[in-house]
Design a protein around this ligand. Structure first.
Ligand code: DUC
Ligand code: ZN
Ligand code: ZN
Length: 471
């Protein structure tokens, strides 16, 4: 087994930072050494990575991606190969993607389908959540089996998308009761999809077809209402752990904050698009341009406090995690399906490559601390979803490491930094005061000197345990 010494850097964890060298043996971290200690102990590593003036942090953990997702009449444009290579370029060393089950399909068969899509393709490690789009006796039984046998310990339910993924309150309650028994986490897409469909039909009847109507027909109140309802149902189901995904509205943050203050295992996730992009500046761009930013939950108005509340929520741990909801579609042939009808635009934004960069910019801008960057983007996602050995730099942990250069610069854009399989970037022109320097996945260098050095198939499926973030 070969050894690597990452020397001279500042090791940053969720709770602090210190000057230290990190010794890697094979796939694992074996020691954190004080400066000079390696030489004093006569440690001679096979490879040394100079991290002087750089931060050494646990590799990013993105617990919300949709590689090759069939959705909106097309398929998400990154597959497990292109998507995980892009993730590595962004300092991410683990993703958790969503296997999909719909009404009248078998959970087991659909999970097997997702395994087949990913096997041998991934450049970094990966796990699966399971979407339960059809709650029935079979899928409920399968949920328990997946927790006990497959390392799938979290299940996403939808209060939106009637006829596609939607579960009614009774179905949600049943799935929650099941998860409560097995110890699994329920992940919720919390938007009132029945009410949204009425608003969409009314808007289209009035001839309101532009992309911006996507947000105007999914008002923040309907995110807040669904979040509240999900929390109440989780209480009825025996306080099942509940994780609200891709939160964009102040109203929803308030609901999660109240539940947390009441001592419940309720957690919130947001994504870079909600922290940086808005209805007016992006979705409402002239013509069809806004289609690039059609995602659900939608981008919100900048004339309210949504973004400020999301950043505050991250500081206060009302929101525990930043993920991407990476669900890329090209404009050509994909987003274009909704020309003349915003409701036919495939919902999704690609961002798996840029989360570490964009949230680090939040550190530079004074929104969160350096430690909180590590915590929300790496350590907590790993703990929340039972990824043992991920998200930390400590002896025994997987050597999933990002060396981050705070003196480097990154320009995001299709002709600048852009490795996702998309014909545009949702963050075109964004400047980041920092840069991904070197990325190691289980001890193997996958990105170095602006070069991808990894390979498809290096990434392994990770069987996850139950959440270790519960109180
Ligand atoms: N939201 C999106 O924007 N895309 C995929 C699914 C979802 O809930
Ligand atoms: Zn969703
Ligand atoms: Zn999603």
């Amino acid at each position: 087994m070969s050894t690597t010494l990452i020397s001279g850097g500042t090791v940053v964890s969720a709770v602090g930072r210190r000057e230290a060298d990190v010794l890697v043996d094979g796939e694992s971290i074996v020691a954190i050494l004080a400066p000079g200690q390696a030489a004093a102990m006569g440690v001679v590593a096979d490879t040394t990575i100079d991290a002087t003036n750089k931060y050494v942090v646990p590799g990013g953990v993105d617990v919300h991606t949709h590689m090759s997702l069939p959705f909106g009449g097309t398929v998400a444009s990154d597959d497990f190969h292109t998507g995980t290579v892009a993730a590595a370029w962004g300092g991410v060393t683990t993703i958790v993607d969503f296997a999909v089950q719909n009404t009248n399909t078998s959970v087991h068969e659909r999970l097997a389908e997702w395994h087949a899509k990913a096997a041998g393709e991934c450049a970094i490690d990966y796990g699966f959540h399971q979407i339960i789009g059809g709650v029935d006796e079979e899928s409920l039984k399968a949920m328990t089996y997946l927790v006990d046998n497959e390392g799938v310990t979290s299940f996403k339910l939808f209060m939106a998308y009637p006829g596609v993924f939607y579960a009614d309150d009774g179905q949600i309650l049943r799935a929650m009761q099941n998860a409560s028994e097995s110890g699994a986490m329920v992940m919720m897409h919390a938007e009132n999809g029945i009410a949204i469909d009425v608003l969409v039909a009314q808007a289209l009847a009035r001839g309101e077809t532009d992309p911006m109507y996507h947000s105007l027909t999914r008002p923040a109140e309907l995110e807040g209402e669904a979040t509240h309802r999900a929390i109440e149902l989780s209480k009825v189901a025996g306080n099942v752990p509940l994780y609200i995904v891709h939160m964009s509205a102040s109203e929803a943050v308030e609901e999660v904050a109240a539940a947390r203050h009441a001592g419940l295992n309720v957690f919130g996730e947001t994504c870079p698009q909600y922290l940086y992009l808005t209805l007016e500046d992006n979705l409402a761009q002239p013509g069809f341009e806004g289609a690039k930013w059609v995602c659900s939950t939608p981008l919100r108005t900048k004339h309210a406090h949504h973004q400020a509340d999301l950043w505050k929520g991250l500081r206060m741990n009302e929101l525990a995690i930043v993920s991407t909801d990476h669900c890329p579609f090209c404009m050509k042939d994909q987003k274009e399906l909704g020309l003349g009808n915003f409701s036919a635009i495939p919902n999704g934004i690609g961002g798996v490559e840029h989360r570490m960069e964009l949230i680090y910019q939040g550190v530079v801008n004074g929104e969160i601390s350096l430690e909180r960057w590590v915590e929300t983007c790496s350590t907590t996602p790993a703990r929340m979803f039972g990824l043992d050995g991920k998200g930390v730099i400590e002896p025994g942990a997987d050597a999933d490491i990002l060396v981050w250069d705070p003196n480097g610069k990154t320009t995001i854009g299709v002709n600048d930094k852009h490795h996702m399989n998309m014909d545009h970037s949702a963050y075109e022109g964004f400047e980041i005061d920092g840069k991904v320097d070197t990325v190691l996945s289980r001890g193997t260098v996958v990105v170095e000197n602006d070069e991808f050095k990894g390979r498809a198939g290096h990434g392994k499926y990770v069987k996850r345990g139950l959440s270790t973030y519960l109180h």
